[in-house]
Design a binder for this molecule. Structure first.
Ligand SMILES: Nc1ncnc2c1ncn2[C@@H]1O[C@H](COP(=O)(O)OP(=O)(O)O)[C@@H](O)[C@H]1O
Ligand SMILES: [Mg+2]
Length: 300
């Protein structure tokens, strides 16, 4: 069972004092610090003995770790904080099966009544987390990883909100808590897994139109776009995975945009034999030509 699934099992057992201790530890890790007992006690307003009781309980549940100079919340504890907050907000009531294990995340189904969502837990530095779990100790570098995940989730969530509002085809963002994002579940497959498309021409046009909309209307470039970060039902497509995004004023914006477009063109060329000119596609995305055509000379 994964960290998030274990956390989901514990969420219902957590009492308000457990949560406030976990939250004070989360707060400390954002400034890359372990929290000594008196500090946690002060932050939560709980008596020292009560704080210790909660910390022992959370340690037994595997949600926090002890260190020589204090306590830290671990990945599973962060998962529990995020899940608990979403449950308390009435957004979800259960976690379902895995939707995907990405490079830097774990994604699951989440439920509320008849709605099904996708919840993405950020796991940047996952391999370091593993080493940490084995040794049961934390170094400053590892505390930094935890903070990085909260920041990456916040960055992706903000981008999704902006993109969604401008009508770019991305999963509808629902909420962000800690290092987790709740969003609409896309019923589809990764483009990389689709061997056949009835109208590949339509799919690539639709995708480039969305890259253009993102660029022109929100000023955002994915920076990590490829067939692995597009979900498609064979007709419509959604661009996922935005934490590496850059704004169009970024000094390397053009390079990122070229790479994003290049990856998509290369995929459609190799798999579906479609030949689009890279320069023409870039001009189209940048709004320098009105339409996308495989015959560059006709599209001015
Ligand atoms: N909204 C979603 N609906 C359905 N599946 C999703 C959704 N978001 C992500 N996934 C699945 O989870 C995988 C990893 O998500 P992604 O955002 O690409 O994270 P990573 O940064 O780890 O690559 C995707 O390849 C996809 O299979
Ligand atoms: Mg991805």
């Amino acid at each position: 069972m994964s960290s998030a699934q274990i956390a989901a099992r514990f969420v219902k057992q957590l009492e308000p004092d457990d949560i406030s201790v976990l939250r004070s530890l989360q707060h400390s890790l954002l400034s890359h610090e372990t929290a000594p007992l008196p500090v946690i006690s002060r932050m939560t307003g709980l008596h020292r003995d009560q704080t210790l009781y909660r910390l022992d309980r959370l340690y037994e549940l595997g949600l926090v770790n002890r260190q020589r100079d204090g306590y830290v919340v671990v990945t599973r504890g962060l998962d529990a904080i995020a899940l608990h907050a979403m449950v308390a907000r009435g957004l979800i009531s259960g976690l379902g099966s895995s939707l995907g294990v990405g490079k830097e995340s774990d994604v699951y189904e989440a439920f509320e009544n008849s709605s099904i969502y996708a919840i993405k837990f950020f796991r940047i530095g996952r391999t370091s987390f593993r080493a940490v779990r084995r040794s049961r100790s934390y170094g400053v570098g590892n505390l930094r990883y935890l903070a990085i995940n909260v920041r990456a989730a916040a960055k992706e969530y903000k981008a999704l909100e902006k993109l969604y509002q401008c009508g770019v085809a991305v999963p509808k963002p629902i909420a962000r808590e800690s290092h987790a994002i709740l969003m609409a579940k896309i019923i589809g497959q990764r483009l990389s897994d689709l061997r056949k498309l009835a109208k590949p021409n339509h799919v690539i046009s639709d995708l480039l139109m969305n890259i253009r909309k993102a660029y022109l209307q929100t000023g955002l470039i994915s920076g990590d776009l490829s067939e692995f970060n597009v979900l498609s039902d064979g007709v419509s497509s959604w661009i996922i995975d935005w934490p590496q995004l850059v704004g169009l004023t970024h000094p390397n914006a053009s390079t990122f945009l070229e790479k994003d477009i290049g990856n998509i063109l290369k995929f459609f060329r190799r798999r579906f034999g479609l030949d689009y000119d890279q320069d023409a596609a870039e001009q189209y995305v940048k709004g320098m030509r009105k339409s996308l055509s495989r015959k560059a000379s006709l599209s001015h």
